[in-house]
Ligand binder design. Structure first.
Ligand SMILES: [Zn+2]
Length: 156
């Protein structure tokens, strides 16, 4: 799948690591390659992908790498309704659809909706609180037409 949104390709990933004083170890590279394929994934999913591509890594190593990358802003974190810790290869703000049946996130390319919500919230005050981030997930279940119908814009 071609990278969308603000995903770092391999070259950008290596550069981002270098900028943070980190080495592009084979394990970090393997995890990032898996994340580019999976887009949203738990440590278990990344491990399976790495193993499926001939690599070797433990779930805890994967988890540590994913967490470290999230801490330095290369990935973002999500929590699925089923309680799984999901990492997102896109670190910047974007919309999601969450499929409650499959327990998966999908990116939604709809900057207009995001702008609408941001503009609305900008004009509102929440006493005692300051909005730090906006995280929108449209909670969905597949229609009879199937899961591909959920994200027509992304299916080109
Ligand atoms: Zn996403």
């Amino acid at each position: 799948m071609a990278p969308r949104f603000n995903t770092l390709g391999m070259e950008g990933f290596r550069k981002a690591l270098k900028d943070k004083g980190l080495k592009a170890t084979p394990q970090r590279v393997a995890v990032h390659e898996a994340m580019l394929r999976l887009v949203h994934a738990s440590a278990e999913m990344v491990r399976e992908d790495v193993l499926g591509n001939g690599g070797r890594i433990t779930v805890s190593s994967v988890y540590n790498i994913l967490s470290q990358m999230a801490d330095i802003g290369i990935y973002s974190r999500r929590l699925s309704a089923a309680g799984r810790k999901i990492f997102d290869v896109v670190p910047t703000r974007h919309l999601h659809m969450y499929d409650v049946v499959e327990d998966v996130y999908k990116d939604v390319a709809d900057p207009e909706l995001l702008d609408l919500v941001e503009t609305y919230l900008h004009r509102h005050r929440f006493k005692g609180h300051k909005i730090e981030d906006i995280d929108i997930s449209l909670v969905c279940r597949p229609t009879r037409r199937g899961r591909s119908a959920l994200t027509p814009k992304l299916k080109k």
